[in-house]
Ligand binder design. Structure first.
Ligand code: MSP
Length: 636
């Protein structure tokens, strides 16, 4: 992510304002805040953009339901976003609202530019539409098919539309992905995108006539701009696109260095968005960070399921920084993660109160008790302290690499291993013993304070105010005018400290004993029972075998290329070669274990498992839905 301008531009998705923000929206925005703060620590000029997606049918319908004009309906939610972001110290530079005038002008400018190039034409769109995801569904013979992404029932639309020539950009997109393998983090998501694009791109309807709540389509006021063509352009309009007086600003900030989004909207960002930019002759964003969902009771949080966690409640009970830490450290970027209050409380106590807070408290209390307030490094460190210092440098390299690659959870695990080493060092040295002489005592406290000082700098992007408090207790602060990371890489453990007693950094949580789950008594003699949560851990998904071939080096294996619709295509190996010819399988829909860890077999990596049941002769019969379902449908 090096940039000659020494700048860093990061964006979040802009949120649909049909309700107050929830933990999922907080998570995306927090990741952006961490990225911005991390780059600031490196001395970069940063711009952090977030905001709200305010047009389209979803919003218009929601406003109508409560009898309000759309703008008034939306206005009622904006403060709940801004206030929450402030409470969580999400230090954005601009909060864009797509109903702002300058944004509408920028979108119209983009359309006019692309139209002039001949990449937009008028026709008719007829097909299924998911209002909740504001998306056109693939063609199907089914009536009101469920949306493959959110599962909600679709509606039929037939209307005059302007189309963007997405198909024209298919090859250019594939070339772009090939020459930019780091475009998407985590990398596996790029493969899904590539197989989707390879399966053939259709032109995209970018205007609607049956919806009125949107930006007027230039030159044809019967049409409004399709909400995704409107919303995606926020990333450029916010930094000056289409506004001649802001050309220098735009040239400085664009392209974005990092765009953060959840896995539900990858296709819009990794396919439509780059194509829109190509059509506008603009540069591609440098990287998309696609994170998994935060789930509660194994389901994606959603209002209709009633499992939405209100970040305001968490704020009241735990404070913003422990929640920031928990989300950053214990939610995995690459996969879906389960959020549990019990786990949050345990981790606050273990990681923050014990590992970090107590170490600070113990070192300072003991030092001050022994009249040692001003601390300087010893003339020569002893081997144990040198070992801690060596461990720090090793950790720092891993930490920097994971932070740069946006794997914040992994970076924090490295740091915590170091904090635990510092704890072991302190414990092992037993500075409280009478037998320890003054010089040695000074060294132990100084080494511990150095370890805390370093940790506090690295933790600043995660817990900004708490780390100011920590550094204050050591009598130091972060110098914002220098590249802190370069400084740490060359740091000689020679900082002078002036210790000060402070209130405990983190408050211990009284953990309520969880009720044991009630289990119905059952005859357990010959079956090992699992509970529903364990069953739901296995993702079973329907997919169609698009291609199948023999693996010549193997007696058993067939190689299947399976189409999971919106979830992309995957290679899955199956040990059924003795019983089936590849041609018999192509076009068949079957059921697959979708979240099995990838496994390498004879030079190929398998990304799932075909489900079969052996008949009385041992032939594996393939498990199929009784009637075809949409590829990518999850089994329940
Ligand atoms: N308005 C579009 C985005 C347009 S961007 C040009 C949209 N909005 S949304 O309100 O539905 O928010 C989507 C984003 O919120 C997701 O991509 C994700 O970043 C975040 N999350 C919403 N629910 C989430 C979870 N349960 N878990 C984690 N993040 C999720 O789509």
């Amino acid at each position: 992510m090096a940039d000659s301008k020494n700048k860093f531009y990061v964006t979040t998705p802009i949120y649909y304002v049909t309700a107050k923000p929830h933990l999922g929206s907080l998570y995306s925005t927090l990741l952006a805040d961490i990225a911005a703060r991390w780059n600031k620590l490196k001395g970069k000029k940063t711009f952090f953009l977030t905001g709200t997606d305010e047009h389209g049918q979803k919003i218009a319908d929601a406003a109508k339901k409560v009898g309000l004009p759309p703008k008034e309906f939306i206005d009622g939610f904006i403060d709940s976003y801004k206030n929450l972001w402030h409470s969580y110290q999400l230090d954005y530079n601009y909060f864009i609202r797509t109903t702002e005038n300058f944004h509408a002008k920028a979108v119209q400018h983009w359309i006019e530019y692309v139209q002039k190039k001949g990449d937009i034409y008028k026709s008719v769109y007829s097909g299924w539409y998911c209002v909740s995801d504001e998306t056109y569904l693939p063609e199907t013979d089914l009536q009101n098919p469920p949306c493959p992404s959110c599962g909600r029932t679709s509606i039929f639309v037939s209307e005059s539309s302007y189309f963007f020539k997405l198909s024209k950009y298919q090859d250019a997109l594939l070339e772009f992905y090939e020459s930019n393998p780091d475009f998407i983090t985590p990398a596996e998501r790029l493969n899904e995108v590539i197989s989707f694009v390879k399966s053939g791109l259709k032109d995209l309807a970018i205007s609607r006539t049956t919806v009125k709540w949107g930006i007027p389509f230039p030159g044809d006021p019967e049409h409004v701009v399709y909400v995704w063509a409107d919303a995606l352009n926020n990333y450029i309009s916010a930094v000056g696109y289409g506004q001649p007086q802001k050309k220098a600003e735009f040239d400085f900030w664009w392209p974005a260095d990092l765009q953060i989004l959840g896995k539900d909207i990858v296709r819009f960002h990794a396919v439509f968005w780059p194509a829109f930019l190509m059509a506008a002759d603009l540069e591609m964003p440098k990287r998309l960070l696609v994170h998994g969902w935060i789930k509660v009771n194994q389901e994606k949080m959603s209002k209709s399921l009633g499992n939405v966690i209100d970040p305001n409640d968490l704020l009241k009970h735990y404070g913003n920084e422990p929640v920031r830490y928990y989300l950053a450290r214990h939610m995995s970027i690459a996969q879906d993660s389960e959020f549990s209050i019990h786990d949050l409380e345990e981790k606050i106590n273990a990681d923050l109160v014990n590992d970090l807070g107590n170490l600070l408290n113990r070192a300072i209390t003991l030092s001050l008790k022994n009249d040692l307030q001003d601390l300087a490094a010893p003339a020569k460190w002893s081997p144990d302290a040198l070992e801690l210092k060596k461990q720090f440098l090793q950790m720092l390299e891993l930490f920097i690499s994971d932070m740069d690659n946006c794997f914040y959870n992994r970076a924090l695990s490295h740091l915590w291993r170091f904090i635990n080493l510092a704890n072991s060092y302190f414990q092992h040295q037993e500075p409280w013993k009478n037998s320890i002489d003054k010089e040695k005592f000074n060294e132990i406290i100084a080494a511990t304070c150095n370890a805390l000082y370093i940790s506090a700098i690295l933790l600043e992007p995660i817990m900004p105010s708490k780390m100011v408090e920590l550094l204050d207790a050591l009598g130091t602060k972060i110098d914002k005018n220098i590249d802190q990371l370069a400084a740490l890489q060359n740091y000689n453990w020679d900082q002078k400290f002036k210790l000060k007693k402070i209130e405990p950094l983190f408050t211990k949580i009284e953990i309520k004993k969880m009720e044991e789950p009630k289990i119905e008594k059952a005859d357990m003699t010959d079956t090992k029972f699992i509970n529903i949560e364990q069953f739901l851990n296995v993702e079973l998904v329907a997919g169609t075998i698009a291609e199948c071939s023999e693996i010549p080096e193997s007696e058993k294996l067939l190689k299947l290329n399976v189409d999971f619709g919106p979830l992309g295509q995957r290679i899955i190996l199956s040990g059924i070669k003795k019983f089936y010819k590849p041609d018999e399988l192509v076009g068949k829909q079957a059921v697959f274990v979708f979240n099995l860890a990838p496994r390498k077999m004879i030079n190929y990596e398998s990304h799932g498992m075909l489900l079969t049941a052996a008949d009385q002769n041992g032939k594996p019969e393939i498990i199929m839905p009784a009637n075809p379902v949409i590829n990518g449908t999850k089994l329940k």
